[in-house]
Design a protein around this ligand. Structure first.
Ligand code: AVJ
Length: 302
């Protein structure tokens, strides 16, 4: 299905949905970077602390990681911090937009001339199948940031099974956000400055460009809450009034207070995530946490 057809079918569904990968246009990527600076958004900071504190133990658990495959690499910063401790010789940056990766990789190559670098443009939320140019040696797959949280548990299992195959006998290093008090979770996704609201609402501008819709951002507000039954933060855009959104071949009417579901961000218990890794075929999962037990980084063998 084309991007446009996929977006319009999500918009026509009840309830309407838009996939979270569409948050990241140029402005959305900058807004996400701003989110990671918010005091309420503990994820990025906490994960970085865990890497800094336990990188030697992680390197020992992973074994030699000559090839590091970075899933959702973006600016490649997180992976670059691990190059020396993991003795990386080949770095494969994978992201949905190859365009954005090129710049990051050029800068990185100058700082690390001895490391062979490759950029791969791939929407791995559909299928994680790395191209042949990546080679056949065992690899360490690196999936930081708790982006695995965008998948439902079933989707996460399917994704991890594919990841297991793509390791070629290597290993996985993955960041996972954990269950914690609801007030902490909800503040992280509904910050008082309104940066997360801007990030969520910006999705509609991106959609207007991608699918030719005519959303008026002023008609929509940001809603985020923890759904305890599903163990996930949900983000929605809620219509402030009755409104009709039109595109070339159709339209969708929204009643006041109707919502578009834009993101799930699952929060795991560490023992459940370890079990998920084993079900997906990984062995000897280990993990490291921060002192508060808010975030975990897991290493496992394929
Ligand atoms: C990039 C998917 C890990 O779920 O925390 C941040 C995205 N959404 N604030 C997350 C996000 C709202 C983020 N991930």
């Amino acid at each position: 299905m084309s991007i446009r057809a996929e977006l319009l079918s999500g918009l026509s569904a009840s309830p309407a949905t838009i996939a979270p990968k569409y948050f990241y246009d140029a402005l959305g990527s900058r807004l996400f970077a701003a989110i990671t600076e918010l005091p309420e958004y503990y994820l990025t900071r906490t994960e970085a602390e865990i890497f800094a504190e336990h990188q030697n133990a992680m390197a020992a658990a992973l074994g030699l990681a000559a090839t590091l495959v970075d899933l959702g690499a973006g600016n490649c910063e997180k992976a670059a911090r691990l190059f020396s401790v993991l003795h990386v010789r080949r770095y494969v940056a994978v992201d949905i937009s190859l365009h954005y990766l090129r710049e990051s990789l050029e800068n990185l190559q100058q700082k690390h001339p001895a490391i062979e670098m490759l950029g791969v443009g791939l929407d791995f939320s559909r299928s994680l199948h790395l191209p042949a140019e990546v080679g056949t040696e065992p690899r360490t797959l690196f999936y930081p940031g708790s982006s695995i949280g965008n998948f439902t548990p079933d989707e996460a299992l399917a994704f991890l099974r594919q990841a297991n195959a793509e390791c070629c006998g290597g290993s996985l290093l993955i960041g996972v956000d954990l269950v914690k008090p609801v007030n902490v979770l909800e503040a992280a996704y509904d910050d008082p400055l309104g940066i997360t609201a801007a990030f969520n609402r910006n999705l509609l501008r991106h959609l207007n460009r991608l699918a030719g819709t005519d959303f008026d951002i002023a008609d929509w507000r940001h809603v985020a809450f923890f759904n305890g039954g599903e163990s996930r933060i949900e983000m929605h855009l809620q219509a402030l009034r009755d409104t009709t959104v039109s595109w070339a071949a159709g339209e969708r009417r929204f009643a006041a207070a109707e919502r578009i579901h834009t993101e799930n961000s699952y929060k795991w218990r560490s023992e459940d995530f370890a079990a998920l890794l084993e079900t997906a075929g990984f062995s000897r999962p280990r993990h490291w946490c921060d002192a508060r037990g808010w975030f975990a980084v897991f290493a496992a063998q394929a």
